[in-house]
Design a protein around this ligand. Structure first.
Ligand SMILES: NC(=O)c1ccc[n+]([C@@H]2O[C@H](COP(=O)([O-])OP(=O)(O)OC[C@H]3O[C@@H](n4cnc5c(N)ncnc54)[C@H](OP(=O)(O)O)[C@@H]3O)[C@@H](O)[C@H]2O)c1
Length: 366
């Protein structure tokens, strides 16, 4: 049955994070294709989700190519999918052994499930991805932190992260996200901490809003932490979507400005440069940065950046509104510029001389 509603394929959706995400999408009328090895738990999940939406449940193991073919067939019958969530994972032995003692046949099984199968599913699903589809690979902080005992699972998740990173470069037409959901009170987590009370860990439902942000927004491909994304979304409401503010000061006396801002105010140095085009220094200031540019560097920056984006892969880059009329009160003359060149603040941000430029990143309004 071709589905006109958005369709998501979520692996490992019989419990834990996969089921929590499936519930959230079902309540938003997404059609779902789900799997898990245990047929009974999958059936129970399907019965619950079917009260809200159309669900195709296919019991099976993601490491099995015949099972993956069945998932592709279901996606084809749905008219393609908008989202593929590679969520199904195994931990490996519990308790987890140190790498020197790690049984290699089990390591191969962990890699088959957590690394090879997600890629195999993406490969198999390539013709069923609708335009602008998103691929979400669920990873872990164990992919980047050297936790003793987490060498099998963690190195597999690290491999999944780098696969995702390269897929993002190779598939610019899709959003490719690799997401650390954070610690969650689930069966997998209990296996990782056998015999421990894990009741203080957040439920997987708390990681879902961050995943929904990725599905609904237009964030660039990359690595995200689900719960931080949700926090950011909340912050955005408070800050009207402004996430980051950069203030650039053109300074006549560079050394004096550095002495005041870096040494006097002790703002941390984020970056500094000295090039034939000029000198500059970026200082951290909470969720903003202050850039000190000597006049030569400022003129060079104006020449190459005028009206363009200012840094990084920013898709939803917009200039801030009236540029810091209060926040960047200026003492003398000088020019103010809000991204596109609007003359904003009257007065001047001339502390060490020169103009003020401010730009901000905004979240997508969707
Ligand atoms: N929980 C945490 O603290 C935590 C932290 C960081 C990252 N993560 C990641 O978050 C994701 C979800 O984990 P979770 O904690 O929700 O785990 P979970 O509660 O153990 O759920 C895992 C789901 O995947 C299914 N599954 C496992 N192996 C499968 C396979 N080979 N083929 C098909 N389905 C399979 C399971 O069902 P069957 O067993 O019946 O197949 C179950 O539905 C995983 O990628 C995990 O690595 C979890």
């Amino acid at each position: 049955m071709t589905s006109s509603s958005p369709t998501a394929l979520i692996t490992g959706a019989s419990r834990g994070l996969g089921l929590a995400l499936a519930r959230a999408l079902a309540q938003r009328s997404w059609s779902l294709i789900i799997d898990a090895r245990g047929a009974d738990a999958l059936e129970a999940a399907t019965n619950e989700l079917s009260a809200f939406t159309h669900v195709t449940a296919i019991p099976g193991d993601v490491t099995d190519s015949e099972h993956r073919k069945a998932l592709v067939q279901a996606a084809h019958e749905a008219g393609g999918i908008d989202v593929l969530v590679n969520n199904a994972s195994i931990l490996g032995p519990s308790p987890q052994p140190a790498l020197l003692d790690y049984p290699l046949d089990v390591l191969a099984e962990v890699y088959r499930t957590n690394v090879i199968a997600p890629l195999a599913l993406i490969q198999a699903m390539r013709h069923e991805l609708r335009p602008h589809a998103r691929i979400i690979n669920i990873t872990s902080d164990a992919a980047v932190e050297p936790y003793a005992g987490w060498g099998g699972y963690g190195s597999g998740k690290a491999a999944l992260e780098q696969l995702s990173n390269i897929l993002a470069a190779e598939l610019p037409e899709y959003g490719v996200y690799w997401v650390d959901p954070g610690d969650m009170r689930t069966e997998l987590h209990q296996l990782a901490f056998p015999g421990e009370d894990i009741s203080d860990r957040p439920l997987p439902e708390e990681s879902v809003p961050g995943l929904l942000t990725l599905l609904a927004g237009d964030l660039p491909s990359g690595r995200y932490q689900a719960r931080r994304l949700a926090d950011t979304a909340n912050d955005d409401i408070a800050t009207a979507g402004v996430r980051e503010l950069r203030v650039a000061l053109t300074v006549e006396n560079f050394e004096q400005a550095v002495a005041v801002y870096r040494d006097g105010l002790r703002l941390p140095v984020v970056k500094e440069w000295s090039a034939p085009e000029g000198r500059g220094l970026i200082l951290g200031a909470g969720r903003g940065t202050i850039e000190l540019l000597d006049r030569a560097d400022a003129e060079h920056t104006d020449a190459v950046e005028a009206g363009a984006r200012v840094a990084g892969p920013v898709r939803n880059h917009r200039a801030a509104g009236p540029c810091g009329r209060r926040a960047y009160r200026r003492r003398g003359g000088g020019r103010a510029r809000c991204g596109s060149g609007t003359s904003g603040a009257g007065g001047a941000g001339r502390r060490a001389g020169g103009g003020v430029a401010c730009r901000a990143r905004r979240a997508s309004a969707t």
